[in-house]
Each structure stands twice: as structure tokens, then as C-alpha cells.
Design a protein around this ligand. Structure first.
Ligand code: PDD
Length: 292
């Protein structure tokens, strides 16, 4: 078995415990049905990056599955701070998960049930420098997921199958195609660069509204770079000048090979370099407390 992350402490239902002591019932609806939602929040210099955006998305995911947020913003912050403190002053990511709770197995919601609340923090493993320098390879694959990909649901079987398909093809990510259009990656949003313009699909039921995606668009607009949200046809991927993926843990990663063919010139492009520089500047400003 692969070793589990060596974490001193996790949070479960109000208690801070060593992971081996944190136990969840086999009748938890998260285990039985995948009935729950999650978030991944990066932490830089001890500060939770884009916390308000992540908590707003959590609120939306919970609302969509008809759960009331089991913690106030202040309570979440207290939990996160305690988890972060244990790891010391390193960049980290928080994982949090809320499931509907423990109940006899029945598809319909139980009448009275207490949600299960779980969270942990672990040091953030950035993509290795070689990946940033040379870019990663990806494949395209049919988007076999459901029609509510805007909910950050813990039920990720389709995403796991798709990522495994990418890995077995010797690549790092699967770019998903639905009805001839690109949606997103198995665990990332996708940007296309064509003729100096940044393009990413609009929000809707078929993509996760990525926090990194929004920040990339925000930074592009703030610096006068053309960035547009519009539907992207599959063929546009094959004639793109640059392709990137974005996520809270991978940041902005260039994709330089797609289906075994080079993307553009087969190297990370100038717009990637520009956006990554802007992103890093913004992160530094955040770490220094110059932006919230
Ligand atoms: N995943 N789309 C999907 C399907 C994702 O799973 C993710 C992130 C993103 C990017 O969203 P954000 O920029 O807010 O991280 C898009 C996280 C990191 C995960 O499952 O680990």
C-alpha cells in the first residue's frame, strides 16, 4: 500500500485527532453514496489564498445538494488555523469535506442527520520545475461525467477513471470533450491561447467554477491582456498556440503535447510566462498582506 500522508492532526466532527484515531461510520452517506462536497484551499505564508471565494463555492455546493453549511465562516477559519499551525511555515493545502452524515442506507435523504465534517492540511507539492519548464502531456477523452459538474462533489469516480486513462497513456491530464466542445480537465480548468487571446469555456453545469481560473481571467483583464469566456470546439485544441491547465494545487501549468502531438511550438509559450509571472506577483503581494 502507498503510505498515507504523515499528518500529525486531522479535524473530524469537532475534534482534532491523529489520523489513525479519526474514524467514520461505514454507514456514512459519503462512503455509501458519495453524498457530499469538498474544497481544496491553498495556504501561502500562513494565509488562506482566496478564502472568501472558496467558502462561497462551498456554500454554493452545499446549497445545490440541499445541505446547510455546518460551520460559520469564523468556525471554519478556526479549524483551518489550527490545522495550518501544526505544519509550520510552509505552503500548504487544506482539504475539507462535508457529507450528509450517517443514516440507514436509503437513497432519499434521512429526516434528521448530522453532517460529517472532515478537514486536514498538508504541505503543498508544487509541480516539479521540469514540468513548468517543458510543459506536460495530455490526452483528450470523452467527458463521461454527470450534468452537475459545477458542484464540487466528492463523487469523483468518472474523474478518477479519466485521470487514470491519462496516466496509462503516459500523460498527466485528460482534457474532456462533451458534444464536440471542450469542458475542462479531470481535475483542472483549461485555457486555450490563440493569436494572443486567452480563451476558456464559460461557467455552467459542465465545468467546475475554478478559483484559479477566475484569478487568471482577473489578472489578464487587470493587465490589459485579452481574455474571453466562450465555448471552445474540440478542433480548436489541436490548432492552439498554447494550452494551460489551472488549479489551486497546480497553479498554471503549460500543456505542450496533446494526443502525442506538439501544442504550438511544443514549448511553453509567451503568454504562459506572462500570466505565471503575474500570478506569482499576486501571490507575493498576498503573502506580504498587500492584497486580500
Ligand atoms: N480540483 N475542475 C475540476 C474538475 C477540479 O477538480 C478542479 C480542482 C478544478 C480547478 O479548480 P480550482 O482552481 O478552484 O482548484 C477544475 C482540486 C484541486 C482537487 O480535486 O484536488
Amino acid at each position: 500500500m502507498n503510505p498515507l500522508p504523515d499528518l500529525p492532526l486531522v479535524y473530524l466532527n469537532g475534534a482534532f485527532l491523529p489520523p489513525a484515531e479519526a474514524k467514520v461510520s461505514v454507514f456514512d452517506r459519503g462512503f455509501i453514496f458519495g453524498d457530499g462536497v469538498y474544497e481544496v484551499i491553498p495556504v501561502f505564508s500562513g494565509r488562506l489564498f482566496r478564502l472568501a471565494h472558496h467558502l462561497a463555492r462551498l456554500e454554493q455546493s452545499l446549497h445545490e445538494i440541499r445541505l446547510v453549511n455546518p460551520r460559520t465562516i469564523g468556525e471554519w477559519e478556526d479549524v483551518f488555523r489550527r490545522l495550518i499551525a501544526v505544519n509550520g511555515p510552509v505552503d500548504q493545502s487544506i482539504y475539507l469535506q462535508v457529507t450528509r452524515g450517517v443514516a440507514p442506507r436509503d437513497h432519499a435523504f434521512p429526516k434528521e442527520v448530522t453532517p460529517t465534517v472532515f478537514a486536514y492540511a498538508q504541505p503543498l507539492n508544487y509541480p516539479p520545475a521540469e514540468q513548468l519548464a517543458s510543459g506536460i502531456a495530455a490526452i483528450t477523452a470523452p467527458d463521461i461525467r454527470w450534468s452537475r459538474c459545477d458542484i464540487k462533489a466528492i463523487a469523483l469516480l468518472a474523474n478518477a477513471l479519466l485521470r487514470q486513462q491519462a496516466v496509462e497513456a503516459g500523460t498527466a491530464e485528460a482534457i474532456l470533450i462533451r458534444d464536440g466542445f471542450m469542458t475542462e480537465g479531470s481535475a483542472s480548468n483549461i485555457f486555450v491561447v490563440k493569436d494572443g487571446e486567452l480563451i476558456t469555456p464559460p461557467k455552467g453545469p459542465f465545468i467546475l467554477p475554478g478559483i484559479t481560473r477566475d484569478l487568471v481571467l482577473e489578472l489578464a483583464h487587470a493587465h490589459g491582456l485579452p481574455g474571453r469566456e466562450r465555448a471552445v470546439r474540440e478542433e480548436e485544441l489541436y490548432s492552439a498556440d498554447e494550452l494551460w491547465l489551472t488549479s489551486s494545487t497546480k497553479e498554471i501549468l503549460p500543456i505542450t503535447r496533446l494526443n502525442d502531438k506538439p501544442v504550438g511550438h511544443g514549448r511553453p509559450g509567451p503568454l504562459h510566462a506572462r500570466l505565471l509571472a503575474l500570478y506569482r506577483e499576486y501571490k507575493q503581494a498576498f503573502a506580504d498582506g498587500r492584497v486580500d
